[in-house]
Design a protein around this ligand. Structure first.
Ligand code: AMP
Length: 396
């Protein structure tokens, strides 16, 4: 997969109309529809300001939620247009439709330095189905396409990949940052390269583990998925999470690590509980967990082992919590890992989703090199898979 893509800096946008795919999929209050965090809108500002400053006219677009082709008033992008306008300090013209008459007329009349926002792309079923007519209608409003929504680059949708069949396609500053940092980590990492993987399920990360075993010097596995590996090693795991149908795969991965000389680290002790509950009393167990207990977090010796392993690293990629970090009593391992990354001096990359939320919640975000904005997209990136929304961009 080639991550070396042309960016907004590689094209003269003066006087051009730019179709800009943003990630305005903001969290909302379910009752009132109010935006509860404008982080994603704030993140889009640098690319927008750059384009407007260069004399482009910007036609911004995004999805919001999962309307599945239905027009749902609660999922209108109108509040996003309002917030974006406040942040930019200029009017954001809001279209009442996506590719309809209103949008088309507004796009045609749009002047350099002006910005408009289309209505929620997923109000039209053809967005997610990558309908060619829908993609073409979007493209027809503009001269070039800029992709700045990393969270959706793993989807082959009309606005993420389809439009590139009709327009020259470039990355925006957000997507460029993701590609250059994560792409370099995978292709040419500063070594030692350590991958830390956690979370609930092995099956979600099969290809990630497999791919990283070919690139990393050390692979660390924590979280619920570690117990399938411990079982594969012949340990007792009590009532811990187990994917029995993945035991053979786990054995295969352990053998692959050995064959490639990759250090493969698993928990050596665990904080366990009698039930899956925030109030459960943590019980410290060693390698084997009694029948009536389940592993909920990594123990202190494991924290030491894992922290030591990341200490001299050149690059660290982390995806997935080390335990049930939503419960305070079992958040210690994830906290310790976040701290170890922050203090490592390595290039540190945290995949989106839970581990990103944990790092932010624990206050270590400003000491991490890069926190990816895309959960699913960053996982597929780590799998080494071709991402349709990246593959469609012009190569440098
Ligand atoms: P994922 O979405 O696969 O990254 O998994 C994140 C989830 O894994 C979080 O909700 C954690 O609570 C959960 N998790 C982590 N460790 C464990 C564990 N030992 N047992 C059960 N769930 C866990």
């Amino acid at each position: 997969m080639n991550y070396n893509k042309k960016t907004v800096y590689d094209v003269d946008v003066k006087g051009k109309k730019v179709l800009l795919r943003c990630d305005f999929n903001v969290p909302q209050n379910k009752e009132t529809g109010e935006i509860t965090s404008d982080k994603r809108i704030v993140a889009a500002i640098p690319t927008i300001k750059y384009l407007l400053g260069q004399g482009a006219a910007v036609i911004a677009c995004s999805h919001l939620g999962k309307p599945k082709g239905e027009w749902k008033e609660k999922l209108t992008l109108a509040p996003v247009a309002k917030r974006l306008s406040e942040l930019l300090g200029q009017e954001v013209i809001f279209a009442k439709d996506i590719i309809g008459e209103d949008a088309q007329a507004m796009a045609a009349a749009l002047k350099p330095g002006q910005i408009m926002l289309l209505e929620n792309l997923r109000f039209d079923i053809r967005e997610e189905k990558n309908g060619a007519d829908f993609a073409k209608a979007l493209a027809d409003m503009a001269d070039i396409f800029v992709s700045d929504a990393f969270g959706t680059v793993h989807r082959a949708h009309a606005s993420t990949a389809g439009v590139a069949a009709y327009l020259p396609a470039y990355s925006g500053l957000l997507v460029d940052k993701e590609l250059s940092i994560m792409g370099k980590a995978l292709d040419d990492p500063r070594r030692p390269f350590v991958a830390v993987l956690g979370g609930a399920k092995v099956s979600d990360k099969i290809n990630v583990i497999n791919n990283l075993l070919e690139k990393a010097d050390t692979v660390i596995i924590g979280g619920g998925m570690a117990y399938t590996f411990k079982k594969a090693q012949g340990c007792e795991i009590g009532k811990s999470l187990l994917e029995a149908e993945r035991i053979d795969y786990a054995k295969e991965m352990i053998a692959k690590a050995e064959a490639r000389g990759v250090k493969f680290l698993l928990p050596v002790d665990n904080y366990c509980a009698a039930e899956f509950s925030a109030d459960a009393e943590p019980v410290l167990c060693g390698n084997d967990i009694p029948d009536d207990l389940m592993g909920m977090d990594i123990g202190p010796r494991t924290v030491e082992l894992f922290s030591e392993a990341v200490k001299g690293a050149g690059t660290i990629v982390w995806n997935g919590p080390m335990g049930v970090f939503e419960f305070d009593k079992f958040a210690g391992g994830t906290k310790a890992m976040a701290k170890a990354l922050a203090e490592s001096g390595a290039i540190t990359i945290v995949g989106g989703g839970d581990s990103a939320a944990a790092v932010e919640k624990l206050g270590f975000a400003d000491r991490i090199t890069h926190i990816s904005t895309g959960g699913g997209a960053s996982l597929e990136f780590l799998e080494g898979r071709e991402l349709p929304g990246v593959a469609c961009l012009l190569d440098k």
